[in-house]
Design a protein around this ligand. Structure first.
Ligand code: FE2
Ligand code: FE2
Length: 174
């Protein structure tokens, strides 16, 4: 549901905006989530190449932040809409369980000093789980969601807004 709170920018695009319009200000939901996936995958690649403890620590902090916020917007906004639109009993519940496994690994490395024998292994396993999870979202869930007729532009706006809030909250904690 679009918010009734007036936004700061004029609403001139509202009438013409659709998921197919490439000039929409906020990317549609799937484009936005895919961009997050790409960013995290690049961060994992950088981690793998990194030899500096300080750099590893910084990369892991960023990976954990990005994944935490990404998982939360999917769980709060995207998954419930997809589940309802697809009358899904499988894809979304499995995705939630996978998120939980990823969160357990986040908890195991977040704020921990790199260097311990299992540290790199935990980050490696986390990257593999994320890769598997992303593949299922991008190959199965997203195409089905797109075909379901969900308003991806509107969902994209809600996701972008919520991401901003959550990033600010998370950054304030550190
Ligand atoms: Fe996910
Ligand atoms: Fe995702």
């Amino acid at each position: 549901m679009p918010s009734t709170t007036p936004r700061t920018q004029p609403s001139r695009k509202t009438a013409t905006r659709s998921a197919a319009a490439p000039r929409t200000k906020t990317p549609d939901a799937v484009a936005l989530l895919r961009a997050d996936h790409k960013l995290v995958s690049e961060l994992f690649d950088q981690f793998e190449k990194s030899r500096s403890t300080a750099k590893k620590k910084q990369l892991v902090a960023q990976i954990c932040l990005e994944l935490t916020v990404h998982a939360q917007v999917e769980e709060e906004i995207f998954y419930p809409e997809v589940q309802a639109a697809l009358k899904d009993k499988e894809l979304v519940p499995e995705a939630r369980v996978e998120h939980q496994s990823i969160k357990d690994l986040i908890a195991a490395v977040e704020g921990v000093e790199p260097g311990g024998e299992d540290y790199d292994a935990k980050v490696k396993v986390m990257s593999e789980w994320v890769k598997h999870h992303v593949k299922e979202e991008q190959n199965e869930m997203f195409p089905k969601a797109k075909k379901s007729g969900l308003d991806m532009a509107e969902l994209g706006e809600r996701i972008a807004q919520r991401k901003e809030e959550l990033l600010a909250q998370e950054q304030a904690k550190h």
